[in-house]
Design a protein around this ligand. Structure first.
Ligand code: ADP
Length: 742
């Protein structure tokens, strides 16, 4: 140590003044007794100005209470909790701005040995800057890593889940949530979430109505502008208790955009502040997610477009197939079966076609099932459990026909259970399988002639709107083809009737015509030769001729009348003049007339005691009776008797005309009521006739609300014709048993 200069005691004051760190010394009452020059550089206080001030002066207000407690305890007990380690905390500058600083505490003795506390305060702003830079770097790195992940996800839900996961894992997100925007309903649908599971005011809803939602997410969706908020204290949009408990400091709410098109919204809650450059990196991530979402959307659109194209092709192929098949046949039944076969199984798993009968009831005319062995089930379903109009709601067919619209429905098993009438019904429905169905009406020139029911089983995607259009197309074509087939058939029938008419008429008219002609010629010749002599000598012969001539003319008149009636019947112009009629009187009159002209005692009549009155047409009923009586007499050769009985019971009048004639073969009991149809035995035995009287008679009776039928024990064993009329009600009865034979 010799030779070395003597060590001078340190000039501590100069040292303190020269220190780059700020130094503040305070007494046990928190009074500042010293502050060095760096205090000014760091916090903006002129060093002298702090002397005598309370330490609160350099502390943000929110820390005052904590300081008082801690410092008070230390002053009283000497307990040094914060001594020895650097403490990071904010300090308040002279201008009120906060600074990030590091504080080191030490106890020193004052000139008089009093306890003092020295605080060495180091500026951290550079370090904070650096840390912030590093954070941005880390985020950018995470962003590029996330890019690869985001682009492998084409499904929006996956993109957004990846996004929220990345925010939590790499962006210090405490809670991240993402919504997908649905433009057509203007709503945001919560799609992904990561981080805290606590519900917040903003994120508690699965769907957000963009037009009305007041919170940030709604505003961001409306304005398409990001909202970054640092310091959530006092923000009424958040539950404050939650914000404090979780130590949340900042929120970023960002729109996910493609151009100006909104794709979604994300929210990111952070426990760290979000200075602009950090917020910007989150913005980059959001932009990447938007691009991935948009790509996914385009791919989805392309996929949908391709599916649409596939569907249209299938639609046209199906229709082309149906049309081709339809064109191949002119038989209505074959036509509708063609439709059923063409749509199963490509378009529907099973199918039923019902046509409307004239009485509005339905008749199942065709059906198909992808499992042919289940066809019997369809038959049983329709016969045992026919579509019901009176259930609530009515059967889909009736809703379709009644509302003149196509019905498309998804059908659940519960719905089937409700609809089923009993266990067997449910079993049939379940085995046939109903997951969804379409009922399309068959309409021709505004008239609904039936319906096509198309059914898909539950294991198949249900019918959608596009399928409805296909079904309607099929129904339109089927209706037209059915109608064409019907028209063709009636045209064919018309031609057949015309041919039969020509054949019958030429034969039947010739007989009375030649009688008329023969007697007219005879009379003319006598009159030409010697009128007087003729009159005198041939009085008997002349009388006979005149009578035969009259009969011939009468027969001709009848034939012409019948023909006219048939034509009126075909054109629907046979009108009825209804009024109160005593059927007993009409019957008596007809029997008297027949007796007078032809029967001469072969007829017997039995009538009830009083009149049998109903709202009928007397002349038309007389025509029916004439026809039945003349037939009975005509087809009963020799002396065979004809019995006529009229009974009347509880509003039901029943007329029986029974003969002992040639009878009617069992298989012709119905067909004889068709125009121009004659039973085989009548033609072969050369009874004259056009085969029109019964057709006209049955039409008259049916227009008067009654029915008419024939019975016979067979050829040679006589026939009985029945006419049933309702006497009470003037309007035609509407009960369903009209026309049903007992
Ligand atoms: P038409 O007697 O002029 O042939 P209708 O229409 O009156 O025509 O009768 C149709 C057919 O019904 C007759 O051709 C005959 O075959 C049968 N028919 C009608 N009435 C009788 C009857 N009383 N007995 C046997 N057959 C009858």
């Amino acid at each position: 140590m010799l030779g070395s200069p003597p060590v001078q005691p340190f000039d501590f004051a100069a040292l303190l003044e020269a220190m780059p760190d700020a130094v503040v010394v305070a007494d046990m009452r928190s009074r500042i007794v010293y502050a060095n020059a760096s205090v000014e550089r760091l916090l903006g206080w002129a060093p002298g100005s702090l002397t005598g001030e309370h330490l609160h002066a350099i502390q943000p207000e929110r820390l005052h209470e904590a300081h008082d407690t801690g410092f008070g305890r230390y002053a009283a007990t000497g307990e040094r909790r914060l001594f020895g380690t650097p403490i990071r905390l904010p300090a308040r500058g002279a201008d009120g701005v906060e600074h990030d600083v590091e504080l080191n505490l030490a106890e020193i003795s004052g000139p008089n040995g009093e306890r003092l506390v020295m605080g060495v305060i180091r500026d951290l702003s550079e370090r904070v800057e650096l840390e912030r830079g590093l954070r941005v770097l880390r985020y950018l790195k995470a962003t590029s890593a996330a890019a690869a992940q985001l682009w492998t996800r084409l499904d929006p839900a996956l993109v957004l889940q990846t996004l929220t996961d990345v925010l939590v894992a790499d962006f210090d997100s405490a809670l991240a949530r993402a919504w997908v925007y649905e433009a057509d309903t203007n709503t945001l649908v919560l799609t992904a979430s990561a981080g805290l599971s606590t519900r917040t005011a903003e994120s508690s809803r699965a769907r957000i109505d963009v037009a009305t939602y007041g919170y940030k997410v709604g505003r961001v969706a409306r304005t398409r502008e990001a909202v970054i908020r640092n310091g959530l204290e006092g923000d009424p949009e958040f539950d404050q208790e939650w914000v404090t408990r979780e130590g949340l400091q900042a929120v970023a709410c960002l729109p996910l955009l493609s151009g100006q098109t909104l794709l979604g919204v994300i929210v990111h809650f952070s426990r760290l502040p979000l200075p602009p450059e950090v917020a910007e990196t989150i913005g980059h991530l959001a932009a990447l997610a938007s691009a991935a979402l948009n790509d996914g959307r385009l791919v989805e659109q392309e996929r949908a477009a391709r599916a649409d194209a596939d569907r249209s092709r299938a639609h046209f192929e199906l229709l082309a197939g149906v049309s081709e098949q339809l064109a191949a046949s002119l038989d209505p039944e074959v036509t509708v079966q063609t439709v059923a076969d063409a749509v199963v199984p490509t378009f529907a798993d099973w199918c039923v076609v019902d046509l409307r009968r004239e009485d509005e009831t339905l008749e199942t005319v065709a059906s198909a099932h992808r499992e042919p062995q289940l066809m019997a089930h369809i038959a049983e379903l329709r016969s045992s459990y026919p579509p019901n109009e009176r259930t609530d709601p009515p059967h889909a067919i009736y809703r379709a026909i009644g509302g003149e619209k196509t019905i498309r429905e998804a059908v659940t098993h519960e719905a089937l259970e409700q609809r089923a009438v009993d266990g067997r019904h449910l079993e049939l429905l379940t085995q046939l399988g109903i997951g969804s169905h379409i009922v399309a009406t068959l309409a021709v020139r505004g008239r609904i002639i039936g319906a096509v029911s198309l059914v898909r089983r539950p294991d198949r995607p249900p019918f959608d709107e596009g399928d409805t259009a296909t079904a309607e197309d099929i129904a339109r074509r089927a209706a037209m083809a059915t109608e064409n087939a019907r028209l063709y058939r009636s045209a064919e029938q018309a031609v057949e009737i015309r041919d039969r008419f020509l054949a019958v008429a030429s034969h039947e008219l010739r007989t009375p015509l030649s009688v008329v002609y023969g007697h007219w010629e005879l009379l003319a010749r006598w009159l030409r030769n010697d009128p007087d002599a003729a009159t005198r000598a041939n009085a008997d012969k002349i009388e006979t001729s005149v009578r035969r001539l009259g009969q011939g003319v009468d027969q001709l008149r009848r034939l012409v009348e019948e023909l006219l009636d048939v034509s009126r019947l075909a054109h629907g112009t046979m009108d009825m003049r209804r009024g109160p009629v005593d059927l007993a009187a009409v019957v008596r009159q007809a029997v008297d007339d027949a007796d007078a002209t032809a029967a001469t005692g072969r007829l017997s009549l039995e009538l009830p005691e009083g009149p049998v009155v109903g709202q009928w047409d007397a002349a038309r009923l007389g025509q029916v009776l004439d026809n039945l009586l003349l037939n009975a007499l005509k087809y009963t050769p020799g002396e065979g008797r004809v019995e006529v009985t009229l009974t009347h019971d509880e509003g039901r009048a029943l007329l029986r005309i029974s003969d002992q004639g040639i009878g009617i073969p069992a298989d012709e009991l119905e067909s004889i009521f068709e125009p121009f149809n004659r039973a085989n035995n009548a033609s072969t035995q050369h009874f004259p006739g056009l085969g029109l009287g019964l057709a006209v008679s049955r039409e008259i009776v049916s227009r008067l609300g009654g029915s008419m039928w024939a019975e016979s024990d067979g050829e040679g064993r006589g026939s009985t014709f029945f006419v049933e009329l309702h006497s009470g009600d003037p309007s035609p009865p509407v009960t369903t048993d009209v026309g049903v034979q007992p």
